[in-house]
Ligand binder design. Structure first.
Ligand SMILES: *Cc1c(COP(=O)(O)O)cnc(C)c1O
Length: 456
């Protein structure tokens, strides 16, 4: 029997997260207060986040202990499996070895509980009773509802209206775990009412939903806010994926030549690749590739600049690759990848040339997802299909060049709640979007007078 699954024991679960901040060769720029243009301090963030998470946001410590209460929950489904995609390799006729780390084994079906569990833990520890958040495709809202349920905290989820309508079962999932779900834009917040006044038929966006959740948390003493991607502490929590993967690749006896993930806000991509980026900083030869949709091309066509994290302008200004906070991506099925910005850490990693980025159209991604599903069995989330496209392209390149190559990618979740997207694809009802340069220019012009993210 050929060994194709690399499983760790429960006792092998990582006990610490890896923080890249002290290792980034050119450091990082701070977030700025939008009014004063000065770096934000802990006091600015205190209305939104508990101190435990604010400390992680700026920590200079390379290794940060995972609390035992968090491990007790994560170990119910972690360590997640690393699997060699032998059937896919055979179908492609490639000399490359393809490995994937699978995060669909979590109760919510994606990598997001890796951060929702510790986030709710730190909130609970500091006496928070209620957490407000936003969700795009529904995965983050599910992950937060799951975590709030475990710790006895109330979850209030503003869900992008188009997803609320298209994905009723994601809502039911959140409600099953006790979360309450409101379609966004809603008339429960000033931000929502403002958008509805301008456009009563607005189907929402992640940026609008963020504004509503931030306003909700900032205006109530019992409530804090939680974000499922982008921020440093979120990316920190996701490094558990890469730390496990490193142990598993060691058991498999191979060093990856290329590490691939899909990029929305950057958390799953970074979670897998962080320990390999550390190797690269220390001299290893490894290609790190972030894959994004061509219709929301933050890394490949955005600017590295200060911008708001939300579309109304309530958050601090973040130094990041951005298309501009007013950018409205087309309604592609990979809802989790439709964000105008990119995590500041991932943006720095790209700017410091420790990774590269590629953009793919939705049809070529669904074709890759279908190939994967028919070879390996697992039906991927539409977001994850971008990483599969990237991995298949690398495997085909290896075949063309007649080179052996070790490919590692992250399958960030399963697509069991995305069957309507597969239905559209199988019925040939899916299109690619040509993103006009004019829309990119318009959204960029709206922010180009914001502070420049200068070299230092
Ligand atoms: C949310 C999500 C993404 C995108 O978010 P990142 O922060 O970029 O990881 C990707 N895949 C799945 C399955 C998701 O749920």
């Amino acid at each position: 029997m050929q060994q194709i699954k690399y499983l760790l024991n429960d006792s092998d679960i990582p006990r610490q997260w890896y923080n890249i901040l002290p290792d980034l060769p050119a450091g990082m720029l701070p977030p700025l207060h939008p009014a004063t243009k000065q770096p934000v301090g802990p006091d600015d963030l205190a209305p939104l986040f508990p101190m435990g998470l604010i400390e992680q946001e700026v920590s200079p410590q390379r290794w940060i202990d995972i609390p035992p209460e968090v491990l007790d929950i994560l170990v119910r489904w972690r360590p997640s499996p690393l699997i060699r995609a032998v059937a896919l390799e055979k179908a492609l006729g490639t000399p490359a070895k393809i490995f994937y780390k699978y995060e669909g084994v979590s109760p919510a079906g994606s990598h997001k509980p890796n951060t929702s569990i510790p986030q709710v833990y730190y909130n609970k520890k500091e006496g928070v009773k209620r957490i407000a958040t936003e969700t795009g495709a529904g995965q983050w809202g599910s992950a937060l509802s799951l975590a709030c349920n475990f710790f006895g905290v109330e979850a209030k989820v503003y869900m992008v209206k188009i997803s609320y309508q298209q994905k009723p079962y994601r809502r039911v999932m959140m409600e099953t775990w006790g979360g309450s779900v409101t379609p966004s834009p809603s008339n429960e917040t000033n931000a929502g009412r403002k958008i509805l006044a301008e456009n009563p038929n607005s189907t929402g966006s992640l940026g609008i939903a963020i504004s509503e959740a931030v306003e909700d948390a900032a205006s109530r003493a019992d409530t804090k806010y939680a974000l499922g991607s982008v921020l440093n502490h979120v990316l920190l929590h996701q490094t558990i994926i890469g730390l496990e993967a490193k142990k598993q690749m060691k058991i498999a006896g191979v060093d990856p030549d290329v590490v691939i993930g899909c990029c929305g806000g950057g958390s799953n991509f970074y979670g897998l690749s962080a320990p390999f980026i550390q190797d690269k900083i220390n001299g290893a030869k490894v290609d790190i590739v972030g894959c994004e949709p061509a219709s929301c091309p933050t890394l490949t066509r955005g600017h590295f600049h200060y911008d708001f994290g939300d579309s109304v302008g309530m958050t601090p200004l973040l130094p990041m690759h951005t298309l501009g906070h007013t950018f409205m991506p087309p309604s592609i099925h990979a809802g989790g990848l439709r964000y105008h910005g990119m995590a500041p850490i991932v943006s720095e990693v790209l700017r410091q040339k420790l990774m590269r980025a590629e953009a793919f159209n939705q049809i070529e991604c669904f074709q890759a997802a279908l190939t994967f599903a028919r070879c390996e069995g697992i039906i991927p989330a539409p977001e994850s299909s971008h990483a599969i496209r990237g991995a298949i392209n690398e495997a085909l390149k290896a075949k063309e060049e007649g080179k052996e190559k070790n490919i590692l990618f992250l399958l960030s979740g399963h697509g069991h709640f995305d069957m309507s997207a597969y239905e559209a694809f199988l019925a040939n009802n899916l299109g690619d979007f040509e993103l006009p340069q004019g829309e990119i220019d318009r959204a960029w012009n709206a922010i180009k007078d914001f502070p420049e993210a200068k070299e230092f």
